[in-house]
Design a protein around this ligand. Structure first.
Ligand code: VGL
Ligand code: ZN
Length: 213
């Protein structure tokens, strides 16, 4: 697949301590060992060397965040609870602002911007564009201002934040390529379903080796 370097940007989704086994994260996704992290870091450098602008999203929650099971009575991890008519998964506390678990594990200096999301305690934000309350992170505006029309997306987790970010990117008018080999999912069934869903809606599913510059 030929990449137009002037108008394509990369969005690295939530490659953070708490989502990885390397850092013994509180919400470590299967397959996020050192080999995975090295693969992501090498690919990210490779994309930068080929002239692409890089952006990252960062899950970043206050300690009293609505998605933490510890902030609700009588619930267990992964329960799905109705909150004001929305389905909210009960997660272990993760990516608490200013803690090591929230740190992005790819060198900050590579990115034009690292966009935080999920900082409103009332709303979850799997998407790097909009939270569940409709709040805008500003990412679409930043990308558009830089003349970006196409996005290459990868990171964690395929079935939650990667999927939500890719679908909101399409909704915001970007063409989207998802690099499957650089993504890992929370559970196999939801990961398969997420990939099928993204493909159905027009996301191109590729591996980094398929890109041509
Ligand atoms: C994520 C669960 C909760 C993700 C974020 O990055 O996929 N998953 N918060
Ligand atoms: Zn989160």
């Amino acid at each position: 697949m030929k990449i137009k370097t002037g108008t394509t940007a990369v969005v690295v989704v939530d490659v953070q301590g708490d989502f990885t086994q390397v850092k013994s994260g509180s919400l470590a996704v299967a397959g996020t060992d050192q080999a995975y992290l090295d693969q992501v870091i090498d690919a990210t450098r490779f994309l930068k060397e080929n002239g692409l602008k890089l952006f990252a999203t960062q899950d970043c929650h206050p300690a009293d965040h609505v998605s933490f099971f510890t902030n609700h009575d009588g619930v267990a991890v992964m329960d799905v609870v109705d909150i004001d008519g929305r389905s909210q998964v009960m997660w272990p506390p993760h990516c608490v602002e200013n803690t090591p678990g929230a740190e992005v594990l790819v060198d900050d200096a590579l990115f034009e911007a690292i966009v935080p999301k999920g900082n409103d305690s009332r709303y979850d934000s799997y998407s790097g564009f909009f939270d569940d309350g409709g709040g805008d992170t500003g990412l679409a505006h930043i990308l558009s201002q830089q003349g970006i029309t196409d996005l290459i997306i990868y990171g964690l987790a395929t079935d939650y934040c990667v999927k939500a970010t890719a679908l909101d990117a399409l909704q915001s008018g970007f063409r989207v390529v998802l690099l499957q080999d650089l993504c890992r999912g929370v559970a196999p069934e939801t990961t398969e379903a997420a990939l099928a869903d993204m493909q159905d809606r027009g996301v191109a599913i590729r591996d980094v080796a398929d890109l041509v510059f």
